[in-house]
Design a protein around this ligand. Structure first.
Ligand SMILES: [Zn+2]
Length: 59
């Protein structure tokens, strides 16, 4: 079971990385749309790297 958590407190669980990453993007687009729009590519890269670390730690 994979889990990812957002810094707002939202947590998602899934069978594989794609499921939790998709759920996290869905959450981010719906609940943090303005934040995503204000982020640079480099900031998104850092965000994705931190999610990768979370997935590795939870594996
Ligand atoms: Zn969130």
């Amino acid at each position: 079971m994979k889990t990812l958590s957002c810094n707002c407190g939202f947590t998602t669980k899934g069978e594989n990385n794609y499921q939790v990453e998709a759920a996290m993007w869905h959450h981010a687009i719906h609940d943090h749309g303005d934040m995503l729009k204000s982020m640079t590519v480099e900031m998104l890269e850092q965000w994705l790297l931190s999610k990768d670390e979370q997935l590795k730690a939870g594996a």
